[in-house]
Ligand binder design. Sequence first.
Ligand code: ZN
Ligand code: ZN
Length: 374
Amino acid sequence: MSLSLLCSNTPEGRRRKDIRYLVYDLGKFDEPTQKLLRIAADCLSNSSSTSTTSDNEDDGGCEDTGSRGKLFQHKSPVPKMGRQTYKMWKASLELSMGLFSRANLLDKPKTLHFWPLENFPDAVTTNFRVPGFDLIEFLVHFLQTYFPGLDVRLENLHDINTDDSNLVSRYHKKTKKKQFLVSDLYSQLHSLTGTLKRDFILGWTWTDLYPTEELNFVLGEASFVHRCAVLSFGRYEPLSYKVNEDLETVHGIDGDVEEDEASSVRVDGDLLWKLLRVATHETSHLFGLNHCVFFECSMNESKSISQALSQPFFLCPICLRKLQRFLKFDVKERYKGLFKVCRTLQEFYPSPGMERTCQWLERCMTFLNTENGS
Ligand SMILES: [Zn+2]
Ligand SMILES: [Zn+2]
């Protein structure tokens, strides 16, 4: 081993230290995947815009990769608070094992139950244009592709309005529409659905959700401890949706809204983009991923709907490292599968967000297929 590898004061030594701190040992990955994950260190590199070290040339991170552009944009500076490195994530999972079972959470097969919790109007679920799917089946297919290694099961309707669950709800003072208290919902989901606690649940409601008495609504929320997440379609109704666009914050001010009808819901590319963004973000929380402060990343915290929707679909190298360890997928194969499903969706339901994602996936696959940056 050369002296430069041992010395952490050289740029190369510092970079290796940063890589280890952020994503730990990458030895088991093939070289292209290692190259992608090593980009993690760019977020701690103060001089990345002016210096070029020998092992980060053409690394797709902060260095200019020419026509391909940057794959990942790090926060500048990365805040000291809120960092969840790969090792921190793994330690928190190992700690949580005692809460659920003695079984090793990381090495057991994982099941996610996708559970429609209310009846959806036919206008929403039928006449879906992607061949071979209705809307709900497509969501499940997308989640399966985004989370390879996870067994995503579509469950039959479990209507939370017809049982005696006594879920906490309220009527929104402006929309006059019913809202479920989301934390009450996910704290009861396993018992409502009779699911094993070691499994994960992603519930989907038609009714709007609210997080606390003072706040207006949430599109979705997840609880790592309960292994449950809930998404709502409630805010995608055209008029509510318009109010959303006008709101400055997700939990923001009230807007005036008139009566609307479920039948007027129009499933388009923008709506699907939003739905998939929220579904993948909340599901990732179920696996212990915290909000990401390192890069522009699918796991960034969002304080407004417009902010949430401007964030990327893809995970940064640090969040990808966690998800890969949890589900043990092949990174390249995952991107290939995602590209295929995103392209298909873009063909039938175009949106600017999905177009950006397709272009990014293409660049990423080119990067992974380019050995040694050549
Ligand atoms: Zn979140
Ligand atoms: Zn991230």
